[in-house]
Write a protein that binds this ligand. Structure first.
Ligand code: HEC
Ligand code: HEC
Ligand code: HEC
Ligand code: HEC
Ligand code: HEC
Ligand code: HEC
Ligand code: HEC
Length: 390
């Protein structure tokens, strides 16, 4: 295994050299620019190269929280930040954390009373979070090491807050380990990839931001090359077919990021690829009731709907390529597809009833809490996936 990885590693280095040098693979028709390369040899080519044949999917995917979940920070793409009423907050130890635009960047600066000159100043380099639900967290580079900054942006009330999990006193840095990026990027290569020791140093040129097609569909380069050469072949070639996957394999793809914060076991982050069994890669789920935050899989599999129907999985209700946020009519229709005649005993329902709000209500997360101001800590509300009678 190791020797295979090393070979992959050498290959990765060669490809990266190509990446920085001549910039693109050329195919017969359109140039394919690789965005990164996995040590196992998989080349990430990005979704621009799918457009000519899957335009609709690419366009709709561009507005999903998956795609928007991580990026190099560019101030213009984070308009809500410029609407914040306060550009600072004060911690229990009186440290002031402030955000200041300097040239084209935004810096997190920290001050002690009387708050005249900052004793800490770091630029925001990367952003994590689409802002659909909670907001954005920000990362900064210190050479090749990646850290989370103490301030996050809470979008519902357009304010800066102490990042979830940070102490309420000043702490300069919190290292970003690969599992965080495994859920929020398509690929990130940590240094010494093949070493079991976890660290927060990365190859900066080999990070593929956003969750793109290849995160869920696996390698695609040969698929693109083949179909460009054979435009009349309408059968998908050189690509994993979802219809060939078992229910467990389909669930495991989503469970990689939606079954709670489990840790990487014997293999480094980003080893799992669609089709694999997840338990071979991640530590087992805890035994207690799964949390509503980021554990939709754990909850769904405890629902009668799941247990008593033959092959329910996440795409029974979700179209993974589109932003369906708050489209409850669509979700209710999914319920009705299986529950054509519901005889509610306690009240009379009709087809227009809002099934979701009663049977998948918002619940407080026990692990995801946010400090909006010094004396209010609030749990994030998430829709439970334990479909039940509440
Ligand atoms: C030159 C045309 C072409 C390009 C470029 C292309 N595809 Fe395809 N793809 C096809 C054709 C043809 C099919 C089969 C018909 C269909 O499902 O649309 C297909 C099917 C698929 C399928 C469905 C497989 C299944 O389960 O049946 C996936 C997934 C897919 N492509 C992903 C991609 C991704 C990701 C990219 C970009 C990296 C891409 N394709 C680029 C032509 C192309
Ligand atoms: C690589 C990790 C990863 C995989 C794989 C993944 N997701 Fe996600 N998903 C996320 C993250 C991270 C978010 C939150 C993104 C954000 O808002 O910044 C998310 C958000 C979502 C949302 C909420 C969308 C919204 O706008 O509120 C849905 C629904 C979802 N995922 C469904 C799925 C399904 C279904 C699958 C499997 C087909 C899947 N995800 C696979 C990481 C992943
Ligand atoms: C196990 C996968 C996983 C890990 C690890 C993880 N997240 Fe998330 N994260 C999610 C999912 C899924 C969501 C969507 C919300 C939900 O399901 O409750 C999310 C939501 C978020 C959001 C809010 C996005 C929004 O839409 O407003 C931010 C910010 C965020 N995560 C940052 C981080 C950071 C920073 C780390 C690492 C220190 C991290 N996450 C680790 C899966 C993960
Ligand atoms: C979050 C995971 C995820 C991402 C990201 C993703 N897909 Fe898919 N895709 C799926 C799943 C799951 C299915 C199977 C859906 C089903 O069975 O209903 C699918 C099905 C498909 C299909 C075949 C069925 C169809 O809808 O035509 C194509 C083609 C496809 N995806 C292309 C893409 C392209 C192109 C991208 C990037 C722009 C992409 N996918 C991104 C999860 C994903
Ligand atoms: C793939 C089919 C399928 C879908 C989609 C589906 N269900 Fe179910 N559901 C079932 C089956 C099968 C049962 C068990 C038999 C029964 O009670 O009807 C069930 C049971 C239930 C129960 C009874 C739970 C209990 O503990 O007694 C509720 C409530 C329910 N579903 C609501 C919903 C709602 C709301 C949706 C949409 C968000 C939904 N279902 C979507 C198949 C499905
Ligand atoms: C029976 C239908 C159904 C199934 C199956 C289902 N979901 Fe959902 N999901 C929903 C509904 C309804 C919402 C709420 C949408 C909204 O409020 O905009 C939702 C919301 C979400 C969200 C956003 C949660 C939040 O509060 O922000 C995520 C993430 C998600 N689903 C992931 C998944 C994953 C992963 C699976 C597979 C394990 C899955 N879902 C299976 C119906 C379903
Ligand atoms: C106002 C809240 C509410 C709404 C809206 C609602 N339900 Fe229910 N549902 C309940 C309650 C409470 C029960 C248990 C008592 C009863 O049967 O009246 C129940 C029971 C059920 C059951 C189990 C009983 C059975 O007949 O098998 C199913 C399935 C179900 N609901 C599905 C749905 C679907 C599908 C919708 C949308 C068309 C829906 N519910 C809308 C509250 C609601």
């Amino acid at each position: 295994m190791l020797s295979f990885l090393r070979k992959g590693h050498v290959f990765a280095i060669i490809i990266l050299f190509l990446l920085s040098g001549c910039n693109s693979f050329s195919s017969e028709f359109v140039k394919i620019k690789p965005l990164g390369v996995h040590p196992n040899g998989t080349v990430y080519i990005g979704m621009e190269s799918c457009k000519e044949c899957h335009l609709e999917i690419v366009n709709s995917h561009s507005s999903t929280s998956h795609w928007l979940t991580s990026s190099q920070f560019v101030t213009q793409n984070f308009a809500p930040i410029t609407q914040a009423e306060n550009t600072s907050f004060i911690l229990d130890d009186k440290t002031k954390i402030a955000f200041t635009a300097i040239n084209d960047s935004i810096y997190q600066q920290a001050y002690k009373p009387p708050y005249s000159t900052p004793f800490f100043s770091k630029s925001i380099d990367l952003a994590i979070g689409s802002g659909t639900k909670i907001g954005y967290s920000f990362l900064t580079w210190e050479k090749n090491s990646l850290y989370q900054l103490q301030g996050s942006f809470y979008k519902p009330n357009l304010n800066w807050i102490n990042s979830p999990g940070y102490p309420s006193r000043f702490q300069a840095f919190r290292p970003i380990f690969p599992r965080c990026l495994e859920c929020h990027t398509t690929f990130s290569q940590s240094e010494n990839w093949e070493s079991p020791a976890i660290n927060n140093r990365y190859n900066k040129n080999n990070i593929v931001f956003g969750i793109d097609c290849q995160r869920c569909h696996g390698p695609v380069l040969d698929h693109v090359k083949y179909h460009r050469k054979n435009p009349n072949d309408k059968e998908p070639k050189n690509i994993l077919k979802f219809t060939d996957l078992t229910q467990q394999q389909r669930l495991d793809l989503c469970a990689l990021c939606h079954s709670g914060v489990r840790s990487n076991r014997s293999q480094p982050a980003f080893s799992f690829v669609v089709g694999d069994l997840l338990d071979d890669y991640l530590s087992p789920q805890g035994v207690g009731e799964p949390d509503v935050h980021s554990n939709q899989v754990g909850l769904l599999v405890r629902s009668k709907c799941f247990i008593e129907s033959e092959k329910m999985d996440c795409s029974t209700c979700h179209d993974p390529h589109s932003n369906e946020k708050n489209n409850l009519v669509k979700f209710n229709n999914r319920c009705i597809e299986c529950h054509q005649k519901v005889e509610h005993v306690t009240f009379k329902s009709d087809q227009n009833s809002d099934c979701v709000n009663c049977h998948m209500p918002y619940q407080e997360s026990k692990i995801m809490k946010i400090q909006i101001n010094p004396d209010s800590i609030r749990s994030v509300m998430v829709r439970t996936h334990k479909i039940d009678i509440y």
